[in-house]
Design a protein around this ligand. Structure first.
Ligand code: BES
Ligand code: MN
Ligand code: ZN
Length: 496
């Protein structure tokens, strides 16, 4: 059960509860927060800050136990320089303080941060998101919980009741991020293509969305030879999932979100080896997790004027006597023939038919998210996802939506001349180009299945889907990357 998060007009001298976290800028010996701290807790606090060489660097934390007092725990957290302070720094400080307080077993947590300089709604949303997402802890697969429960009551100080609506909206977004994290973290024997379809069905039932699941036969009838070639080596049936949110009232924009949904990627006959992280390839459905999480949030937030479709061509990439051969030639639902020169470049094969289907809906924009290439991980690492789009407005609107939610995107070139690398002597194209620029040729491959002129963007989230150590709001493991970008983007009405 997620903690109750409330805004309160209390400040750090009046708030009462067992644990209080206070943000302090670097180099601000004379700031109002320090004055209020001293007013409430005496000069001993200032001495302790001095003694422990507290500098106020971003994320720096100092805990002080106040035996027999209320609050009994004071967490001081650095905010960095005032000039650099914004929502991102606020989120980081709140996350650091929350983790510190939770480790100490806080039951109630008051967060006193300098929210005056920010719009109250933005500050409230950033803080609420930071607490909840940084304290998220997945214990589903342990027979006994081994983590302390987080605080039950969380209060955001210095914010009036008016900001409470933003906190509620952020709760819907956080539920979406948590759903995505749970889907990504779950092992491949639990999150199967059918389990992804069941998740979509649960969202549809809970929030009144429309759901269509196409079975293998249905996909065959639509000529989805590219997607089905990937699915054919698995004992698990593929599920082509189409979930739709329709707003009350008129539709001004129709948007499609497509997610790569490989519930396991063994590589197929171009089998992955130990060094290629085959054991982590459960997270190859991170794109589908992001779009499902986003749909859950959108369904709860009910934005006006936008119709949102979600498409996931879910399957596994396995080996068996029935698996596709390296070198096989298949035909996608737009009639294009593909020579599969590498069965490990399977994500683009599934996305090809998903994108053709998406374009048939005649949308105003299509965005796909995929853990598509190792090359993107090499290029951008785990903090930044790659973005490819021929459309400047769409690219801009996605980058903006991402930065609002603290998710970083970097626009990469969709350089047409690199398509040469996908030429096949026998078929219309190969599925794999040369190693250099591998994430670019992957994006160019996808572009062949998108209606020309239709605004389309591709996000390669191979690096951002998982964080081994955890960072900022992300605990170690699945990040739920993409949900916040998509929800912010949809709420802003898509491409502006
Ligand atoms: N799912 C992988 C991409 C991936 C790699 C995601 C590492 C996360 C971490 C994808 O299906 C794949 O295998 N891509 C190949 C493409 C290559 C064969 C052209 C890759 O990146 O090596
Ligand atoms: Mn692969
Ligand atoms: Zn893959």
């Amino acid at each position: 059960m997620a903690a109750d998060i409330r805004c309160t007009a209390d400040n750090l001298t009046s708030w009462s509860g067992d644990s209080l976290a206070v943000g302090l800028f670097s180099g601000d010996a004379g700031s109002s927060s320090r004055h209020l701290l001293i007013e409430r807790f005496g000069t001993g606090v200032a001495d302790r800050l001095e003694q422990r060489r507290f500098k106020g660097k971003p994320g720096e934390c100092l805990s002080i136990d106040l035996l027999g007092q209320t609050p009994s725990l004071l967490v001081l957290v650095g905010l960095g320089a005032p000039a650099d302070f914004g929502p991102e720094q606020l989120r980081g400080a709140v996350a650091a303080a929350s983790k510190q307080a939770a480790t100490a077993g806080a039951g109630q947590l008051g967060l006193a941060m300098p929210v005056e300089g920010l719009a109250a709604n933005n500050a409230a949303a950033a803080m609420a998101e930071a607490v909840r997402l940084s304290l998220f802890c997945d214990q589903r697969f342990k027979s006994e919980a081994d983590a302390k429960p987080g605080p039950e009551r969380i209060e955001l100080l210095g914010l009036s009741e008016d900001a409470q609506a933003a906190v509620s909206a952020s709760a819907a977004v956080c539920s979406g991020v948590e759903l995505a994290r749970e889907l990504v973290a779950a092992p491949p024997n639990v999150v199967t293509p059918a389990a992804l379809a069941d998740t979509a069905a649960a969202i549809a039932a809970d929030f009144g969305l429309e759901l269509k699941v196409l079975e293998r036969d249905d996909c065959e009838a639509l000529g989805m030879g590219s997607y089905l070639a990937v699915a054919q080596g698995s004992d698990l049936p593929p599920k082509f999932i189409h979930l739709t949110y329709r707003p009350a009232g008129s539709v001004e924009r129709r948007l499609v979100l497509v997610g790569k949904g490989l519930t396991f990627d063994s590589g197929g006959y171009n089998l992955k080896t130990a060094g290629s992280q085959i054991d982590m390839m459960k997270y190859d459905m991170g794109g589908s997790a992001a779009v499902l999480g986003a749909m859950r949030a959108i369904a709860e937030l009910k934005p006006a004027g936008v119709e949102v479709h979600m498409i996931v061509a879910a399957c596994e990439n396995m080996i068996s006597g029935g698996a596709i051969h390296p070198g096989a030639i298949v035909k996608a639902s737009n009639g294009k023939t593909i020579e599969i020169n590498n069965t490990d470049a399977e994500g683009r094969l599934t996305l090809a038919d998903a994108l053709v289907y998406a374009c048939k809906l005649e949308p105003d924009a299509v965005v796909d998210l995929a853990t598509l290439t190792g090359a993107c991980v090499i290029a951008l690492g785990e903090e930044i996802a790659g973005l490819w789009s021929p459309c400047d407005t769409l690219a801009k609107s996605l980058i903006e939506a991402g930065s609002q939610g603290g998710e970083n995107l970097w626009r990469m070139p969709l350089r047409a001349s690199y398509r040469e690398g996908l030429k096949s002597g026998l078929a219309d194209m190969k599925n794999t180009g040369p190693r250099p620029g591998g994430s670019i040729t992957a994006a160019l491959f996808l572009q062949d299945f998108v209606t020309p002129e239709l605004p389309w963007a591709h996000l390669d989230i191979a690096g951002t889907v998982w964080s081994d150590k955890g960072r900022g709001l992300d605990p170690a493991g699945a990040t739920g990357y993409g949900v916040r970008t998509l929800v912010n983007w949809v709420r802003a009405g898509g491409p502006a």
